[in-house]
Write a protein of this length. Structure first.
Lengths: 354, 802
């Protein structure tokens, strides 16, 4: 204590320099993650000025493919009412167009006197899904609420293209159907999702501790490289992620089900080929979760925008579709719905709450 | 006297060997010269140098031969020998103020005339007289004044050599690598000055017997002890007290040497408790050595080092009260409520070694070492909340423990073989069994009300349990001379490391060569490949007990470095030496925390938090030294650049960026002047370019694959801000007075004489200017602030030698 007091008493604090971010000139931030298998793309435009970055809702956004006439982006502004409140949303600019591997894409945004642009190539799919196997498994009492639960496990075989360094992202898209007794599709909902990959050694090479879990999942985008299987096949083992089924109006999809309806699901498993820069960019976003101030190394994001900041990229998937057979709706939310929870398994001493 | 060892063809060779020691203390002299005084004018001359145990061996033609034994600071010993068979001659040199030094070109390991590049010795005289922070002389801090060596923040004993990191220095205490080399967050190193006999720094070429770190070897040798009479030293400084004792146990054959140092606060513990000061910190070091000479060819040396840092907190609170008297405290209160908190943080090294020196005949010398090296850090926190009301007792007890540590068992054999005068061959083998325990933590909580237990839980957290490593190394090197002008030291170090079922094999060739063109001018060139199997995980620049040493794993490969050095040297005579040396170092598989990562809280999964990448460092070092006379010292200037790149993109987008300790310019000036036997004065001035840090320059927006947007800090690149330079002048005066037995020394030092506000610590904070009328923000920004921990600081120490 005496020593500490001695140090404190003699130490002096001085300002080395003040750097005013308010003095920063306004600059556009252009972001886009184009998916080759989708025709609807989102472009995001912000303005970084002073110490803030704010959404720009009235920019001129255009996308041109292989030098063709540019397609204008349409602002996705809408409002939603929820519990008596109205919420305003702005989901960027939608551009509708088809992309093919090898395409050269020019993305441009203009706002007031500012402009920003990026030119990118749509990559080829270098990792092909050659097989998918699924099985139901029982996950012992480590699950939520301390219960055992059943989950669907996926074994996904990916064949890598040899002789090059490739970067991938595993994800899925699923479409859930409400079907009438006559086979008519009454409603459907499509979700993008990410598998729970915590047990896969390629996606999660190191076991995390409780403290690491507090700091956040370290590979929530399920990105990986071919470093350990260059030119060969690798089987990923993942399970269903845990999230609810809602439609765009935040209404439980199941609420509309009637007795006699059927439900079914198509799940499209995708392995996207990413550019190296995209791989790094996603890693940076995940790393930013761990920010502990001065004890943490700063996060530096990939950027490729001329005249501004931000990152524009494209990714191309290899897809594999599993069609689950239709099942009758029994009047209550089915616990056997291909989802993460098939059936709670209770021990003798536990009684489920009504 | 300058003597160059050379090749000589002798018909019948006789080997002269033995130990060279100090005549007064019996202490072995490392690096003392033995020269054959060949009467033939212009004939190749022959010499040798004593090794780390003071042992020498020299082959001479049979017959009557004149030989000189010499060492800096000692009078020459000249003897005429009548050689007809191999002879053992142990020589005791008398200390002297002589400025002469016999230099044997090809056999010196460090300095201008050695074959090695970038090899320097810190003279003990300089170490003793250099001005010191708080009057505490420090081996590692004195090294920071050598060119190519940089320190961390001002006042710390961190070492960064030729663009390398703090964990890339092999710091040897009598041949045993130390892990924790700092006390008090890096302000002091663990070496007690009185215990140290010799310090040698290798930063360019590395003799093949060294391995395991990339950037430097700091070889610290300790005293064996006086074999004639009992001596000692007591020193009282502003912060610590030191005691050193040495002497014969059995005169001429068995000696002991022991040193201790402790921070004053250790003694103040009862006083602090009396005044209810809840916390205390102290450290201590203990060095001990016993050496026994069985015969001329056999010596056994046992040594031990034990050092600890302790931080203690004991905090007791009594919130008891009576219903009608809130201030009534004690067990008889109506409501009894007490809280007891105890925190004990304890970290340090324990090293024990047993050495056996044996001379096989006169040409082969062997040293066998068995050592145990233990480093640990323990944290123990207990908290008790006790209350009693209406006869019902309630207790809540928490216990948190956190441990990490390393246990090494080291067995090595080193041989010096001198078959002919032209060759000194060194070879040997080493096995180290590493047992790493990076992190284990337990948390337990128990809550009781009356006799009922409401909670009783224990949670264990471990970062993966023990990590075992097997490290084996074999080496051979040959220090040989060709004629009078050329000398070479080629060598090979074969490293092998096995961990987690994976084997790493690392051949590390070494080479250095020296060409003497006459007139005291020489050129040297060297190449060295080094490998490193252990890493230090540290999140901050200061040395913290939570810093963890971890080994390579099946996924983390050994770090490697290839270094090329080239230099020109001039021995100008009268003790003046000049050198200009350049280097280029390429590093692979070096580790750095990825963007957004830290291990300060948990080291689990550390492999995933670090990236393996490349480094390159290059620079030029000018060194002008005056070694003899009443005025000694040196001027060093370093021009350097050090960068890192991580191709996997996990740091700085995969682009090159400046290393945290990249410093373009570094100037060191050290001057000691001895006025007379009673007063000497020393000064040191250091200037270095500031390191780099990373600043956020604006906010922008990032979007992920699910179209989630979020505002984020925009950083143009890692290390995008250069900190201001550091410079400070230190002055110390020593007042000596001879006593009837021994000597008294008063030291008065001024640290940072002109009170420069150096950036000892730097941090960033967000700031804003507000309109005083509306309180609206006018402008926002980042403020870089520096904390100067060490402004002008006077200090003194009192030393009594007896």
């Amino acid at each position: 204590m005496i020593l500490a007091a001695a140090f404190v008493s003699v130490s002096c604090e001085n300002i080395v320099e003040e750097i005013w971010s308010s003095d920063n000139e306004a600059i556009l931030v252009l972001n886009a993650q184009l998916k080759q298998d989708d025709t609807s793309h989102r472009i995001f435009v912000n303005c970084s000025s002073g110490g803030r970055s704010e959404v720009v809702k009235d920019a001129e956004v255009s996308v041109s493919v292989n030098g063709a006439a540019p397609v204008a982006g349409v602002p996705l502004a809408y409002s939603r009412d929820y519990n008596g409140y109205t919420f305003e949303f702005f989901d960027g600019y939608e551009v509708t167009m088809a992309l093919s591997p090898g395409d050269k894409v020019d993305v441009k945004a203009m706002w007031n006197s500012l402009s920003a642009s990026a030119s990118i190539d749509v990559p080829e799919a270098c990792g092909l899904i050659t097989a998918v196997d699924t099985a139901m498994i029982i996950v012992p009492a480590a699950g939520e609420d301390g219960h055992d639960y059943r989950s669907r496990q996926y074994s996904i075989a990916v064949q890598d293209r040899s002789g090059e360094k490739n970067y991938y992202m595993l994800s899925f898209q699923e479409t859930f159907y409400r079907i009438s007794p006559t086979g008519e599709i009454l409603a459907q909902i499509t979700n993008e999702g990410a598998f729970d990959s915590s047990a896969d050694h390629l996606l999660h090479p190191v076991e995390s501790s409780i403290l690491d879990d507090i700091l956040g999942d370290d590979n929530r985008y399920n990105i990986f490289t071919d470093e350990s299987f260059d030119g060969a096949s690798w089987t990923l083992k993942v399970t269903d992620a845990t999230y609810g089924l809602y439609d765009e109006n935040w209404v439980m999809f199941w609420d509309d089900f009637q007795a006699g309806d059927y439900y079914s699901m198509d799940r499209v498993i995708k392995v996207y080929t990413l550019t190296f820069e995209e791989y790094v960019y996603l890693k940076s976003i995940m790393a930013a979760n761990n920010d502990l101030g001065f004890m943490t190394e700063p996060v530096i994001y990939a950027e490729n925008v001329d005249g501004g900041l931000g990152f524009v990229t494209a990714m191309t998937p290899s897809a594999y579709t599993i069609k689950f057979p239709a099942e009758p709706y029994a009047g209550e939310i089915p616990i056997n719905a291909y989802r993460y929870v098939e059936k709670w398994i209770y021990t003798d001493s536990e009684v489920p709450e009504e | 006297m300058m003597v160059v060892a050379g090749a000589a063809a002798f018909a019948q060779k006789i080997t002269v060997s033995g130990y060279i020691t100090d005549a007064k203390s019996g202490e072995s002299l490392i690096g003392a010269g033995v020269i054959y005084n060949n009467p033939v004018q212009g004939a190749p001359l022959v010499g040798a140098v004593s090794n780390n145990y003071g042992y020498y061996t020299l082959s001479l033609p049979a017959g009557e031969r004149s030989v000189t034994w010499s060492f800096l600071g000692y009078a020459d010993h000249i003897e005429t020998l009548f050689l007809s068979r191999d002879t053992v001659i142990n020589v005791r040199l008398e200390p002297s103020a002589s400025i002469k030094e016999a230099v044997v070109t090809a056999r010196k390991e460090a300095g201008l005339n050695s074959t090695n590049t970038g090899a320097l010795e810190v003279p003990q005289s300089v170490l003793e007289t250099m001005p010191a922070l708080f009057g505490e002389k420090d081996v590692l801090k004195s090294l920071q004044f050598l060119p190519g060596v940089q320190g961390g923040s001002t006042g710390s004993s961190g070492i960064y050599v030729r663009g390398g990191g703090p964990d890339e220095n092999l710091i040897l205490l009598d041949d045993i690598p130390l892990y924790g080399v700092n006390h008090m967050f890096g302000i002091f190193s663990v070496f007690t000055p009185e215990a140290v006999k010799k310090v040698t720094l290798f930063k360019g070429s590395f003799p093949a017997r060294y391995g395991g770190r990339l950037s430097s070897v700091i070889d610290v040798r300790t005293n064996d002890g006086n074999d004639k009479e009992f001596h000692g030293l007591v020193s009282v400084g502003m912060l610590s007290d030191r005691l050193h004792l040495e002497g014969p146990i059995v005169k001429g054959t068995t000696t002991f040497s022991m040193s201790g140092r402790v921070l004053h606060s250790f003694l103040f513990a009862p006083v602090l408790r009396y005044f209810d000061v809840p916390a205390n910190y102290y450290f201590y070091d203990l060095n001990g050595k016993i050496a026994h000479k069985f015969s001329n060819g056999d010596r056994l040396i046992a040594s031990v080092y034990h050092g600890r840092d302790r931080f203690l907190v004991k905090y007791d609170d009594d919130y008891s009260y009576n219903y009608d008297d809130y201030n009534h405290r004690g067990a008889d209160s109506d409501v009894v409520r007490r809280e007891n908190t105890n925190i004990n943080v304890d970290w340090g090294n324990t090293v024990g070694a047993l050495r056996w020196n044996h001379a096989f005949g006169s040409k082969l010398f062997a040293n066998t070492t068995l050592a145990y090296n233990h480093y640990e850090m323990d944290v123990d926190l207990t908290y008790l909340d006790y209350s009693k009301e209406n006869g019902i007792e309630t207790q809540q007890k928490m216990d948190v423990t956190y441990d990490s540590g390393i246990n090494d068992i080291d067995f090595k054999m080193d041989f010096d073989y001198n078959p002919v005068p032209e060759h000194l061959i060194k070879f040997g083998a080493e096995y180290i069994h590493h047992d790493f325990r990076p992190q284990t933590a337990t948390f337990s909580e128990k809550e009781t009300v009356g006799k009922e237990t409401l909670m009783d839980t224990t949670m264990n957290m471990s970062s993966g349990g023990k990590l075992i490593g097997h490290e084996v190394s074999l080496y051979i090197e040959d220090d040989f001379v060709i004629g009078q002008r050329l000398s070479f030291n080629p060598g090979l170090h074969l490293g092998y490391f096995r961990t987690q079922g994976k084997d790493y094999f690392s051949p590390q060739p070494r080479f250095s060569g020296r060409l003497d063109i006459g007139g005291g001018v020489s050129f040297k060139a060297s190449y060295a490949r080094m490998s490193q199997y252990v890493h230090l995980l540290a999140s901050t620049d200061i040395s913290l007990p939570t810093d963890l040493w971890v080994p390579i794993t099946k996924d983390i490969k050994p770090e490697t470095a290839d270094q090329f050095s080239l230099g020109t040297y001039w021995d100008a005579g009268h003790g003046w030496e000049f050198s200009l040396e350049g280097y280029y170092k390429k590093m692979d598989n070096i580790l750095e925390y990825k963007d957004g990562m830290s291990v300060l809280i948990t080291s689990s999964g550390w492999e995933d938090k670090v990236a393996m990448g490349q480094g390159r460092a290059y620079g030029m070092e000018l060194f002008i030294q005056k070694k003899t006379g009443n005025t000694t010292g040196w001027l060093g200037y370093t021009l350097a650049k050090s960068e890192r790149r991580f191709p996997d993109g996990s740091i700085n987008r995969g682009e090159w960026f400046p290393f945290k300790y990249d410093r373009r310019h570094d100037i060191s000036l050290v001057v000691n002047h001895r006025f007379n036997d009673r007063i000497d004065i020393s000064g040191s001035w250091k200037f270095f370019t500031g390191g780099v840090t990373t600043l956020t320059t604006r906010e922008f927006t990032v979007v992920d694959v699910n179209y989630n947007q979020r505002e984020a800090d925009y950083v143009s690149s890692r290390g995008n801000y250069r900190l201001p330079p550091t410079h400070n002048l230190n002055i110390g005066v020593n007042f000596h007075k001879k006593k009837r037995r021994g000597e008294r020394i008063w030291n008065i030092s001024l640290y940072n004489v002109y009170n420069n506000m150096n950036p000892d610590f730097v941090y960033k904070e967000n700031t804003a200017e507000y309109d005083p009328a509306t309180y609206s923000v006018i402008r926002e920004g980042v403020r870089v602030k520096k904390i100067t921990v060490l402004p002008l600081l006077p200090s003194f120490s009192y030393t009594r030698k007896f």
